[in-house]
Design a protein around this ligand. Structure first.
Ligand code: XBP
Ligand code: MG
Length: 237
């Protein structure tokens, strides 16, 4: 039985990380910082889920004595950088800079039509989800989803399973009858720890991750249908 599909956002619904990277660098320039993240550095930094956590991690790397600096000031600076970064990302993505990855919308539409529930489980901020899905699906995008777990209601970031456990609890569904969609090792770990079989579609930022625990690893969702997913779920039960 297949009762729900639960989608990660960044990297899974769309290849968002290049815009996140541009937005972080915009915030650094705006605040007069001499930080600039390039693609190899950002690829490593993506091991830390969540924008604020990633900023703090980087700051600790470049300033190992950060612990001795006033904690409140550090928190405020991270919050300000993240606010500028989020506003930039929302503006660029809201203007239509990104499209959904191949097969995503068709699979969602097929699920919706057949009464298979849809949900989102992401570490990103609610405004980022809205900017992407409003522009990719339309103003009624929210009505597609029975539950949305994000940075505002599941603050402990992946690989912790909190966001998946919250979404499952909100939907009152058994993880054995649901499939998660992820693009990263942190996402896979979070979904697996919540008891979910997980289909992985890697991006150029996550291609080197270990996906040994995945139900399947696919280049994208363009050839995936619900019958195939039901078959894979039944094979592993
Ligand atoms: C993606 C992330 C996100 C974005 C940044 O992880 O870690 O933090 O890179 O978004 P996942 P915010 O796809 O597993 O959710 O700055 O809004 O945190
Ligand atoms: Mg992701």
């Amino acid at each position: 039985m297949l009762t729900a599909l639960i989608f990660d956002v960044d990297g899974t619904l769309a290849d968002t990380e290049s815009v996140h990277l541009e937005a972080f660098n915009h915030a650094f320039a705006q605040e007069g910082l001499d930080w600039h993240w390039d693609v190899p550095l950002y690829t490593r930094l993506l091991e830390i889920s969540g924008g604020k956590e990633r900023l703090l991690h980087h700051w600790r790397m470049v300033q190992p004595n950060l612990k001795e600096v006033d904690g409140g000031a550090v928190r405020d600076t991270v919050a300000r950088l993240h606010e500028i970064k989020t506003a930039y990302y929302e503006q660029v993505v809201g203007a239509g800079a990104l499209s959904l990855r191949p097969g995503v919308l068709a699979l969602m539409q097929a699920a919706y039509d057949e009464g298979v529930q849809l949900a989102i489980a992401t570490t990103t901020s609610p405004v980022n989800i809205a900017a992407l899905l409003r522009s990719a699906i339309g103003p009624d995008w929210r009505s597609f989803f029975l539950a949305i777990g994000d940075a505002s209601n599941a603050p402990i970031k992946k690989p912790h399973p909190q966001v998946y456990l919250k979404v499952l609890a909100d939907m009152r569904l058994d993880p054995a009858h649901c499939v998660a969609f992820e693009d990263s090792a942190n996402g896979l770990q979070a979904a697996t720890a919540a008891g979910l079989a997980t289909v992985i579609t890697p991006t150029s930022y996550t291609a080197q991750h270990d996906f040994g625990a995945a139900l399947r690893v696919l280049p994208d969702l363009s050839h995936l249908n619900l019958a195939q997913l039901r078959q894979w779920l039944s094979e592993q039960q």
